[in-house]
Design a protein. Structure first.
Length: 74
């Protein structure tokens, strides 16, 4: 059983919802833009996702989040 990486989960959500940004020949992922330009906002997003996961589909064990179905199957 592996804990949920809430920071990566949040980054993946941003990248799924918003398109990549292209400037000339460069392409940037939305999650990288937010992490670099407003790290405080990104940490707030991570905290919100932590809460959302905990309410809906995860359980906290020793400060880590795990999907409920994985915990139940252990």
């Amino acid at each position: 059983m592996k804990p949920i990486d809430v920071e990566q989960y949040t980054a993946d959500l941003l990248d799924e919802v918003y398109p990549e940004v292209k400037i000339g020949y460069l392409t940037f992922r939305p999650s990288d833009i937010v992490k670099e330009l407003d790290p405080v906002a990104f940490r707030c997003m991570v905290a919100d996702e932590f809460s959302n996961l905990l309410e809906e589909q995860a359980v906290e064990i020793n400060g880590e989040l795990y999907y409920k179905n994985e915990v139940e199957n252990e």
